[in-house]
Design a protein around this ligand. Sequence first.
Ligand code: HEC
Ligand code: HEC
Length: 394
Amino acid sequence: MKQNILKLVALGLLVSTAFVIVTSLSNAQVAGDQNSGTTNTQGPPPEKTVEQVFKNIKVLNGMPQSQLYPAMRFMAASLGTQCGFCHIIKNGQIDSPADDKPEKQTAREMIRMVQEINKTIAQGNPEVSCFTCHRGRTSPQGFPTLPLPSPRSPNADGATSRTAPNSRLVMPSADDVLTRYINAIGGKEALDRIHSCVIKGTTSTASGKLVPYEADQMAPDKAYESFAIQGRIFERVINGLGGWSNNGEAVTELIGQQLADQKLSFPLFMILKLKDQYSSLRVSAQDKIDDRDVYVVTAIRSDNKRERLYFDVENGLLRRRISYAPTMIGIIPQQTDFEDYRDVQSLKLPFSIRASYVDAGSPPITRKFEEIKLNVPVDGARFEKPAARNTLSP
Ligand code: HEC
Ligand code: HEC
């Protein structure tokens, strides 16, 4: 029973926050957007910090509130533990403000130390994180295991064996890779004609079950998706004014970079309007995913978030996207894999999208599509803010 309640709590947390990870840039970004005098005057309100929202914050002061749960999951994953390692769990409920556990106090010391190290070695950039030392264990290993493996020998040009093949290759430009991608999924003319997209299929949930899934999207900025777990409807909506997630009981406003993250989780924007989402793209390496060669493109999003895009060398298709959220305890990655490309009208689109999060114990969320319809009429009411009995502050 306890287990079940915990699972539901975990599920709720995952649903409300895991699809979206926000970076510390969000406050500055929002302020920047509001001051820039551009046409978008209805920007989202500035985000609160964790000490304004939670009860007992002593070291994470200044962190945007939407980063708290991703940061907690990151700490738990770095140590290979769960919330209960540092927090008291009473009657299946986490008492997160309570300070009774010595592990929570140690974690505060560790957070201070990580901030100190990064100030010293990286001008405050989150290069060193809990994971740097802990690597999935509560006690980091301080010495090597014997016997030692042989050191990797540098080759003739001094590069290590991993980067050696890359250094001999001539890399294409990011423009070439993007143009090949656009041609591979149907060509610019066909893509420019797409203004709406309706999807039906299934999604896996945090407990690994498959449930029906649907999504409606309309260029340039509207999207709706829904799925049901045990009769409860979960919805997410974005429109030009903002974004919301509804867990069937309460509506939570998407804030900060959650909005941009959310938009990029919808296929219309992520696949068909991919190029529009980035302000800078550069081919940085060649790598392999499942034995296939891929170009690695380092991308800066229009809201400054750093990402990596992986394009198949042979067929030009997008295979993977990783986005990196810098927080004061480290960089939190989130990975999306695109598979099972099929023909839809004159385009080629992925029918399986798998998102992996830093969240110990929860499997990746896989959306599998049964039907994708392009340029069909969409009910505009779907993109309105969902109605709910209460409004939660996240
Ligand atoms: C490695 C230890 C550790 C783990 C694991 C951990 N936390 Fe925390 N948590 C902390 C510390 C330390 C604080 C207080 C931070 C501060 O003082 O600034 C905290 C604070 C919180 C708060 C704010 C409480 C308040 O009102 O002040 C919440 C909520 C929270 N954690 C939830 C979680 C959840 C959910 C998980 C599991 C996904 C989790 N934590 C895992 C150490 C941990
Ligand atoms: C520079 C390396 C390093 C970094 C970075 C680091 N730790 Fe640690 N941590 C250690 C060492 C070493 C110990 C002591 C382990 C022992 O006593 O066996 C430890 C112990 C802990 C413990 C106590 C574990 C126990 O078994 O009671 C917690 C909790 C912890 N760290 C949390 C964190 C968190 C959270 C972060 C990121 C904010 C972090 N650590 C970052 C090195 C590190």
